[in-house]
Design a protein around this ligand. Structure first.
Ligand SMILES: C[S@@+](CC[C@H](N)C(=O)[O-])C[C@H]1O[C@@H](n2cnc3c(N)ncnc32)[C@H](O)[C@@H]1O
Length: 232
């Protein structure tokens, strides 16, 4: 079917441009300053109830922060990203570790067409904020459709949960905790990307059909949602 003229072009990355090979090449070093990918996945696996027979879709997989470490614990991961430069690094890392159960797809929340059996889980870490709200809603509806009844959506993203009239103080305090380098990344995020408010995100998840089992608003910014597509 022909894409309508009004359809959002998700291949153009707002804010940080992950389609830029140099940006992609620096990603792991930059994020390594405040993240430990392996440790994150160790904490996420029990949250997901991940089992060896499970199939997952990782949307906005990037350089494989989740896929590379989760692959040994499940049957298959579909690593999906709009940025070939990011996916290429994910692929190289999988090859170096002899991981052969990750399949790579260029696409995104709005364009990835899942052709395998419905997934047991959809995972997305710090990627959905690249879409404006209406298109987030469309993306979440599409995630719902990719899941089997009873399947899990695990969403980690920067979502604002401070009181709206306190935004200046909340953002200043958030930036104060950062180094100059990580702070510069956060400034780009706030200025140019599309993080939304917690109450809007919860509404969108529910409108897409999900039951929210847990919403963990860690520091008014980084938020984990564990949602379920209701069993048939
Ligand atoms: C901050 S990185 C996160 C990568 C990885 N998930 C992680 O946890 O490190 C954001 C990723 O989302 C991807 N992205 C941006 N817009 C997207 C979209 N509409 N659909 C899927 N991925 C998208 C970018 O290419 C980038 O790889």
């Amino acid at each position: 079917m022909k894409t309508p003229e009004w359809f959002y072009d998700e291949r153009i990355c707002c804010g940080h441009d992950f389609t830029d090979p140099q940006h992609a090449a620096e990603y792991d070093r930059r994020h390594g300053q405040f993240r430990d990918f392996e440790q994150e996945v160790k904490q996420t696996i029990p949250r997901l109830g991940l089992r060896p027979e499970h199939t997952l879709i990782d949307i906005g997989a990037g350089t494989g922060a989740f896929a590379v470490y989760a692959a040994p614990h499940c049957q298959k991961i579909y690593a999906v990203d709009i940025a070939p430069a990011m996916l290429r690094i994910c692929e190289e890392k999988c090859r170096a570790r002899q991981i052969d159960n990750v399949e790579f797809h260029r696409g995104g929340f709005l364009t990835y067409e899942h052709s395998g059996p419905p997934a047991d889980a959809v995972v997305s870490q710090v990627a959905l904020h690249h879409l404006p709200d209406f298109w987030k809603q469309v993306g979440l509806c599409r995630c719902f459709d990719m899941l089997r009844p009873g399947g899990i959506l695990y969403l980690l993203d920067v979502v604002f949960s401070f009181e709206p009239w306190q935004y200046q103080q909340a953002i200043a305090e958030w930036l104060d905790k950062m180094t100059p380098q990580t702070g510069a990344g956060a400034v780009t995020h706030i200025k140019k990307e599309y993080s939304t408010m917690g109450w809007i995100m919860e509404g969108m998840l529910q409108k897409a059909g999900f039951a929210i089992e847990k919403a963990d608003y860690q520091d008014c910014f980084l938020t984990h949602y564990l949602c379920r597509r209701p069993p048939a």
